[in-house]
Design a binder for this molecule. Structure first.
Ligand code: NDP
Length: 587
């Protein structure tokens, strides 16, 4: 996910957008406050994304160690050739592999840094971890596996288990290699194969490579003075230390715990931490927006009545709904400016409802004020949680509101804010992840040895976010210039279907390579630029990973904002005219 997430899912969850409840001055005042809060944060951190580090080597390497799979199992290096190789074993790889299997592809290998499949759901096992997208939509391949999620919103262990179920069902464990990180992926023009090297000394070859390394995979830490001096225990939320905390956090009963960050991860973890720690200090820089999570166990009667193909029908309905919400040629007199004004006012009404909810739940007035987010909805990832706000009513839970400044110093005892040192036993970094890099841990070199990120440095260039010219037989999932969906697996499934169709076409026609034509790549770059929407939206948002912490961005260096439905239609058009968009070769 990157900047410029479109307004449509936002408007859907906000309800009817257009009825304004206040005079325009009311909205202008709030917008002024939004701008002040944003400027405050930009002023504190002119270094933008460089305030973080995801280079977790040297003294920070312990923040990246996998606590879930134990010692790395020794094995001999692999030197073989497979047909399809996935870098990463999360949902991208699983659902695309399923489609490839359906098309008769036998030789599929997943290479995964973690100790199992699951991707984000392998790593994120913090207490309270769950998906706040409805499980009947989020879990892919439900028609194929016959599985029905146990809850409206599935919790992390169920989702992880489901990933393993998919891998077993499609025999993806047979060739998979775990605890293995791909370090280079180099195209060999003579052999028409990719050479894939890893940190385990492997030299694998593959005809097709699919970059399925996820959008938020690599943990990042805020660069805080003195953090290496801290003498207590510490870890990142994606490497949760249950040995230290106890399986049910029972070992925290006599511990003073601190957590830095209040994004979507912290919001889910804080309920459990607050209930179990002797004392909990939450170090907040910017509050999240928290709405109700309407969760319930799956109704067994409803589940029994589900007919084969129910999930596909559900997705089709969602797509029709998205089509209904797509901007049409204006039939009314309303100007573009007026439309934006109405949308912004509806957005503000929603955010004020979020404020009111905080006032109703959080008893201490100062704490309630501190928890109010002052930015447009969707500037940051919205959260849905029922435990987070009431946790602040516990006498043992303390919100340390840094008013946008953040924690900038840590001593051997703990974080310092405004001269006060907070002495902790445990410090948890809920500081997020590096955003959406193709070639994470990995150097991708295409035709002529050109590195992909070197090509991207002059502006991202892809077709439909999946193909980049000069990188034949390489497919990118969840990357830049693809559509954005609140339900990410919808988007990944659309991409997986497309990739399987491209590989199938190449194989069936006896070709060895498929590479996008330069003119098709240019078409898509222009499509992305033309659909970026309101030009200043990014700058108006409070800094966060959605807008690259407020850094300048080329209009082509983000998501395709023409809407998911149009994105899918474009991919279907490409599939219908493969010869128009790709160059195919034989050895
Ligand atoms: P985020 O990047 O969203 O949040 C990082 C947090 O750390 C922010 O609150 C940030 O503040 C804060 N921070 C950073 N440095 C400091 C500092 N020096 N002092 C104080 N605070 C600091 O990461 P998350 O892990 O929370 O979430 C990442 C993404 O993972 C989500 O956006 C979402 O896409 C996904 N996710 C999805 C879930 C789901 O239900 N589907 C659940 C959980 C996560 P500031 O805002 O000021 O930058």
């Amino acid at each position: 996910m990157s900047s410029n997430a479109p307004d449509k899912p936002l408007l859907a969850s906000m309800g009817a957008p257009a009825r304004e409840r206040h005079p325009q001055e009311y909205y202008e005042e709030i917008k002024k406050k939004f701008a002040e809060e944003r400027d405050l944060r930009l002023g504190y951190r002119p270094e933008g994304t460089r305030q973080f580090t995801s280079d977790l080597s040297g003294e920070f390497s312990r923040y990246e160690i996998d606590p879930y799979s134990g010692e790395i199992e020794p094995r001999a290096p692999i030197n073989d050739t497979v047909e399809c190789l996935f870098i990463g074993g999360g949902f991208s790889a699983l659902l695309t592999s399923a489609r490839l299997r359906e098309r008769g592809v036998e030789s599929i290998r997943i290479v995964e840094r973690g100790g199992d499949v699951g991707g984000t759901w392998y790593w994120n096992r913090y207490p309270g971890a769950a998906c706040d997208v409805v499980a009947y939509d989020y879990l892919p391949l439900l028609d194929e596996t016959g599985y029905v999620p146990t809850r409206h919103y599935a919790k992390a262990p169920e989702i992880f288990g489901y990933c393993q179920m998919i891998a077993k069902r499609y025999n993806l464990y047979d060739l998979a290699v775990f605890q293995t990180t791909v370090t280079s992926t180099v195209w060999d023009e003579a052999e028409k194969l990719w050479h894939v090297e890893t940190d385990r000394g492997d030299h694998m070859k593959a005809k097709f490579v699919i970059c399925a390394n996820g959008t938020l995979s690599k943990p990042k830490l805020s660069k805080i003075n003195g953090m290496e001096k801290f003498k207590g225990h510490s870890f990142h939320t994606s490497r949760w230390d249950y040995d230290y905390c106890g399986a049910n956090l029972e070992k925290l009963h006599d511990k003073v715990v601190g957590i830095i960050g209040t994004g979507a991860t912290a919001v889910q973890a804080i309920g459990g931490l607050g209930a179990n720690a002797k004392e909990l200090y939450v170090f907040q820089r910017t509050p999240s927006s928290i709405d109700v999570k309407d969760d319930w166990p799956t109704d067994e009667e409803w589940a029994k009545k589900l007919q084969p193909g129910w999930q596909a029908k559900r997705r089709e309905r969602a797509r029709l709904e998205a089509r209904r919400m797509e901007p049409r040629v204006e039939q009314t007199e309303i100007s573009r400016e007026e439309k934006i004004r109405k949308q912004e006012n509806a957005n503000i009404d929603y955010m004020m409802r979020i404020h009111k909810r905080i006032e109703e739940i959080v008893k201490d007035k100062a704490t309630a004020e501190s928890l109010k987010p002052w930015y447009m909805f969707m500037c940051k990832r919205p959260c849905f949680d029922n435990d987070y706000l009431p946790t602040y009513n516990l006498p043992t839970v303390h919100l340390i509101d840094t008013h946008g400044k953040g924690i900038n110093e840590i001593t051997e005892n703990g974080p310092v804010f405004e001269g006060k040192e907070y002495k902790l036993d445990l410090l948890i970094y809920a500081t997020g992840f590096e955003v959406q890099k193709t070639g994470i841990y990995n150097q991708i070199k295409g035709v002529g040895g050109r590195e992909l990120n070197e090509k991207y440095a002059e502006g991202i260039r892809t077709m439909v976010g999946i193909h980049s010219q000069g990188y034949p037989n390489l497919f990118i999932m969840g990357g830049y210039q693809a559509s954005f969906q609140f339900n990410l697996t919808d988007m990944l499934q659309a991409q997986g279907d497309h990739i399987a169709a491209c590989i199938d076409y190449t194989r069936r026609n006896g070709y060895d390579t498929i590479d996008v034509k330069p003119e098709s790549e240019e078409w898509w770059v222009q499509e992305v630029i033309n659909n970026r929407g309101k030009t200043s939206r990014n700058q108006e948002c409070t800094p966060g990973y959605y807008n690259f912490e407020g850094e300048f961005q080329r209009r082509q260096d983000g998501n395709y904002n023409g809407g998911f439905n149009k994105y899918c239609t474009h991919m279907e058009d490409v599939q219908a005219k493969m010869g128009d968009h790709f160059v195919f070769t034989r050895k």
